[in-house]
Design a protein around this ligand. Structure first.
Ligand code: ARG
Ligand code: GLU
Length: 746
């Protein structure tokens, strides 16, 4: 028998007991947390949802026998959600999800990003190459087939090989004779496996988008924050083969897909306390990390990456103020850097405030207690899990920053990231293969240099290299880099200037020479001898030679540890409902519209209005420059039928739905399953919900569906789109007076 080791000997037994009891409480004590699997709602959530205000059954939400809400929800591209809101497959998603497509079709003359875009009829809709819309047809549990014969004693390598083989086989079997894609994914760190049959459409066209002054109102300043006034939406349409209504490659002969379901849109809004639910494809959460995993996020990872990004953002911000051109070139990059940066700050703050580490330690103490009092099998299985995790994280900690800074500092320097793309020229031995590779380069180069400013990048280089030299342990820095630091006496600006002057990658004209297929030898020489290539490669090869494999092996051990820990926790708390971490599969989450207290003495209300948008208006700051017409509509209170009962134009609201990245564009539904909002963000004080949910402070942010209708109808004069939709007025409040809720068609 293995030796039992206490994980925290200084804790009292009383505390252990309290925690053991707390952990065994039924789920209701943590209401609103959870990203639930649609096919399990019936067993796990239906009653609780109905008690909270849902008027539908689980079968109405997910059914494989008839049309259900899930048929109106789609994965938009690879990272967002969208929903069908019209019988001709009109799709609603966020502006920031449609951003790429809007930008793709924008030119200086027709700047749809800035000015908005509205197709007046289907002929004017704009196809976006590569954009997909994927519906879930069915969810099947394939755990039994995948795990057949695999047990706790199966060696990890063998387990992985077997699972990979079986996934391949099941996928082929499921797809045979269908036009669906079978997506099989692990849940609970690979304890269970589900197969999602997806119908993937690839003719998706842009229908409408508001100007940035609405769709991105508040920009990065307001991002992740409440109160919010962003009209973060865009409209698309899914097209299908005209004969079969099945997915087809783009063709002008395709017709709008005839969807199985589209969401009615409620113009009745929501009140504090109202039930809401969100359906969508949340990307990644880590709710079952050990205390050591939490510490790695807050103390090891987030801190240095927040610091380096703070500096990068200052550089880009300062340079953007000096030049309108730079501002345009770096807007998207800045938004990208800022989005994660701001989330990490909020996340660290939230985890510290929740004492997440201590809470996890206490849970782990209770776990070890449970392990020690159980039968020998339990003891053998779990006694070393936490010790192992602790040791693995400690080892990972010694080099994880070097790995992280490869992305933050090396790839975060545009010239270094760009020149590393040319590595195949140095690596490919076969000339004709190299020539094939070269073919794509002119287009990629155009894309890169269009938004490249060498002076901004030089500032980024100096900043990033200095951070790298300071933060990454010296033994993990490549010798080539350390020599340069010595040569330039730690003057990173001088280093950058010298290297940038000698490199071709910093100059688009020089870079062009590389793409000439007749001069392959010269191109190879140019790459191999470039000082920035040598520098970039030194970082990359140091990583590959010294810690890439180690890192992968450790992450694998951690994954195994997490799997065991979660398995044990689930065995220990048999009456607690567990939901699997987000993994870009379809989930349902539900929670009430609720205010919250971000800090002492402050309470945030549940909704914002156009009045607040106008209060934030600032003609001198691009992020707060709303279009004139919107201001006029506000001045005249010209809200049509979309004002609330107080005569205000509602813009956004918050609720206790447990969401994450990937839930952007998700439908926010009322108890009748009608669309009351469009999810687009989370509140700052609750961004730690990817790791630990706090019902007191975690809120999702949705755009009010009445604002959507108002912008389409009154602002964009695209009221013809409303004709495709089903608008309803809900009398949900009526139930309080004992009247059955009903719905009137408008
Ligand atoms: N924070 C939201 C999300 O995580 C919105 C991001 C896009 N908006 C922005 N201002 N960068 O994706
Ligand atoms: N904006 C996020 C997205 O793009 C959703 C907000 C969140 O992370 O909750 O998916």
């Amino acid at each position: 028998m293995k030796k039992y080791t206490h994980i925290a000997v200084n804790q009292t037994l009383v505390r252990v007991m309290v925690w053991a009891t707390l952990l065994c409480l039924p789920f209701s004590s943590k209401a609103d947390e959870g990203m639930w699997l649609p096919h399990l709602l019936k067993i796990l959530n239906e009653k609780e949802m109905q008690d909270a205000g849902l008027k539908l059954s689980a079968e109405d939400i997910y059914s494989i026998n008839r049309a259900s809400l899930k048929d109106g929800v789609l994965q938009f591209g690879n990272g967002c959600t969208g929903e069908v809101i019209g019988s001709n497959a009109l799709v609603l998603t966020n502006h920031h999800c449609g951003f790429g497509a809007i930008q793709y079709h924008s030119t200086l003359q027709n700047n749809y990003l800035r000015d908005g875009f509205w197709a007046k009829n289907q002929d004017e809709e704009l196809h976006m190459p590569g954009l997909t819309a994927s519906f879930v047809i069915r969810i099947d549990d394939v755990t039994a087939t995948i795990m057949d014969g695999i047990g706790p004693n199966t060696p990890e390598k063998e387990r992985q090989t077997l699972i990979a083989q079986r996934i391949k086989k099941i996928k082929a079997e499921k797809e045979a004779g269908t036009h669906y894609q079978a997506v099989i994914k692990p849940f609970y760190y690979g304890t269970e496996y589900l197969c999602f049959m997806m119908e993937v459409f690839n003719d998706v066209r842009l229908v409408g988008a508001p100007p940035s002054g609405i769709g991105k109102y508040g920009g990065d300043t307001d991002n992740w924050e409440w109160p919010r006034h962003t009209g973060d939406f865009s409209l698309f349409r899914v097209y299908a083969d005209r004969e079969t209504n099945k997915p087809a490659a783009y063709s002008k002969y395709n017709l709008p897909f005839k969807p199985r379901y589209h969401f009615p849109i409620s113009v009745s809004g929501v009140q504090p306390g109202d039930f809401t639910m969100v359906m969508g494809f949340p990307g990644r959460t880590q709710e079952y990390l050990s205390s050591y995993g939490v510490k790695m996020i807050t103390d090891v990872l987030n801190k240095p990456r927040i610091e380096i990004r703070t500096k990068q953002l200052k550089i880009i911000g300062d340079e953007s103020k000096k030049s309108a051109k730079v501002q345009l070139q770096y807007a998207d990059k800045q938004a990208g850097i800022a989005n994660a940066w701001k989330k990490w700050i909020g996340e660290t703050g939230g985890l510290k405030r929740l004492n997440a580490f201590d809470k996890k330690q206490e849970q782990e103490l209770a776990f070890m207690k449970w392990v020690s009092v159980g039968n020998p099998n339990r003891f053998n299985m779990y006694a070393n899990v936490l010790e192992g995790l602790k040791a693995n994280y400690m080892e990972l900690e010694t080099f994880i920053i070097a790995q992280e800074f490869l992305r933050e500092a090396v790839y975060g320097t545009e010239a270094l990231g760009e020149i590393l793309r040319y590595r195949p020229l140095a690596d490919i031995k076969n000339d004709s293969a190299a020539q094939v590779w070269l073919k794509n380069q002119p287009a990629l180069q155009n894309e890169f240099y269009k938004d490249y400013d060498v002076n901004v990048d030089l500032l980024l280089f100096a900043c990033n290299m200095k951070e790298y030299a300071t933060v990454v342990p010296e033994n993990l820095q490549p010798t080539y880099f350390k020599d340069l630091v010595k040569i330039y006496n730690s003057d990173f600006t001088a280093m950058g200037k010298a290297l940038y002057a000698k490199s071709w990658v910093t100059d688009s004209l020089k870079a062009k020479a590389i793409t000439n297929p007749k001069n392959l030898k010269k191109a190879k020489n140019m790459v191999g001898k470039d000082p920035l290539f040598e520098l970039a490669m030194s970082f990359q090869t140091k990583f590959e030679a010294e810690f890439k494999a180690r890192s992968a092996a450790l992450q694998e051990k951690i994954e195994l540890g997490n799997r065991l820990l979660l398995q044990g926790m689930r065995e220990m708390q048999t009456n607690k409902k567990f939901y699997p971490d987000a993994n870009f599969t379809l989930r349902v989450t539900y929670g009430k519209v609720a205010p919250y207290k971000p800090r002492d003495g402050v309470e945030y209300q549940t909704y914002t209005t156009l009045d607040g948008l106008v209060q934030k208006y600032d003609s001198t700051v691009e992020e707060f420059r709303a279009p004139k017409k919107l201001l006029e509509l506000h001045k005249n209170r010209d809200y049509g039928q979309f004002a609330n009962e107080k005569g205000e134009m509602p813009v956004a609201f918050i609720a206790r739905n447990h969401t994450t990245g990937g839930n952007s564009g998700s439908p926010v539904l009322n108890g009748l399953g009608h669309l009351v909002g469009l999810n687009f963000d989370r509140c700052w004080e609750g961004t730690m919900s990817d790791v630990m949910y706090d019902p007191e402070r975690c809120r999702n942010i949705a755009m009010d569906s009445r604002y959507l209708l108002f912008i389409i109808d009154k602002f964009a004069d695209a009221g013809y789109l409303l004709k495709e939709m089903t608008l309803v007025r809900d009398k949900l409040g009526a139930e309080k007076q004992g009247v059955t809720p009903n719905t009137e068609k408008k």
